[in-house]
Design a protein around this ligand. Structure first.
Ligand code: GN1
Ligand code: MG
Length: 360
């Protein structure tokens, strides 16, 4: 499968040098050693991203803007094919994109120190901040309604009426927990109508493995711009909370290990507001903890809906994997709710004492 792709990008290395890389659920990723130069090759999941050209378009227009206004900003630009295309399309195997592997960079799969969360939050905040002068509406929508919680809830209801009957019966506890938290959808509905909430350039997938770190463990830049779209800050802050706060991931089935680590929350606040404190409205900052609840809840809905629909989206490596993931996320949501007031106070006091840093 990869030989044609290698040829298209002018990679002369043996295709066996392509090593599967990372742990993403949607795209396939390989690391390639082409005569000592490293690249990251990705096959874009065309079932999910119906218009891969839109991803390339978004990358090109943001790169152009950043290059003009912030020439020192490290932006990992994909490599073109020999024919000058952004993406290689192969009838049999789909869409492929190649990026240089940034020398002396590394990625992390798990957040193990608050400092790593701080660096990551700073990088995601910085990216949105540098693009505040760029009209987010120029971006193409690569995944329609990706973080539209109202629609996700409807999809969950649809799964309840049309999904696997046996699984529906067996999931009643989780289903009820989702229904009991519907107030989170109502808050989202208000956000969508509020002039206090702005649509900005938003990454929409802020997990730690989408940040490049240098040898001194400083954040260098962010990667994986597939879901770069106009969005609300709650998407980026929320997914950081969802994936950095707990010591264990969405895959863990021993829920007793799930916890909200305050010091990681503080790191996210400091990193993100350190960049965007002046840009976010008071109303937005007042929803900082909501951001985490929003993303965790949405992920729980997506996992349980997928389970009820026989795992057609996320797939599963063992029976009940998406059920476990949904339960895990609901447990995390409960823990965040338990600490909500205190965490939101931390945001208020940080925000009041902090000015946005100018050290770009
Ligand atoms: C998917 O493929 P990956 O792991 O980067 C998903 C995210 C979810 C995540 C959960 C396009 O991301 O929204 O948060 O799984 N991406 C898409 O692990 O659906
Ligand atoms: Mg991704």
């Amino acid at each position: 499968m990869l030989q044609k792709v290698f040829n298209a990008f002018g990679i002369t290395a043996d295709i066996n040098t392509a090593i599967p890389f990372g742990s993403g659920l949607i795209n396939d990723t390989w690391k390639i050693n082409n005569a000592g130069k490293y690249f990251i090759l990705q096959r874009i999941n065309h079932q999910v991203f119906k218009e891969p050209g839109a991803i390339a378009y978004n990358i090109n227009i943001t790169a152009t803007y950043l290059h003009q206004h912030y020439p020192c900003y490290l932006f990992v630009m994909p490599v073109k094919t020999i024919d000058g295309e952004d993406i290689f399309f192969d009838d049999d195997n789909g869409y492929f994109r190649l990026s240089p592997f940034v020398e002396s960079s590394h990625t992390l799969d798990v957040v193990q120190q608050p400092q790593q969360a701080l660096e990551a939050a700073r990088q995601f905040g910085k990216f949105t901040k540098l693009l505040t002068g760029f009209d987010a509406n120029k971006l193409k929508i690569t995944l329609p309604d990706f973080h539209n919680l109202s629609l996700r809830y409807q999809q969950f209801e649809e799964a309840l009426s049309k999904g696997n009957k046996e699984r529906i019966q067996q999931s009643d506890k989780l289903i009820n927990a989702i229904i009991e938290h519907k107030y989170l959808v109502e808050i989202f509905e208000k956000i969508k109508c509020s002039p206090q909430f702005k649509l900005r350039v938003t990454h929409h997938d802020t997990k730690i493995s989408n940040v490049l770190f240098d040898e001194n463990n400083k954040g260098m830049c962010i990667i994986d711009l597939d879901t770069l779209m106009p969005g609300y800050f709650i998407s980026d802050v929320g997914d950081m909370m969802r994936t950095y706060l707990s010591p264990i991931s969405e895959e863990e089935n021993d829920f007793s290990q799930i916890a909200i680590r305050d010091e990681y929350f503080v790191a996210i606040v400091e990193g993100y507001l350190g960049q965007l404190n002046d840009e976010l409205s008071e109303e937005e900052k007042g929803h900082f903890v909501y951001a985490g609840k929003f993303m965790i809840y949405m992920q729980a809905i997506r996992f349980i809906a997928d389970y009820l629909n026989n795992d057609i989206y996320y797939g599963s490596k063992y029976e009940g994997q998406n059920y476990v993931r949904a339960g895990n996320q609901l447990c995390l949501l409960q823990q965040l709710e338990d600490k909500e007031d205190r965490l939101q106070q931390l945001v208020a006091s940080f925000s009041a004492n902090q000015f946005t840093t100018n050290n770009l």
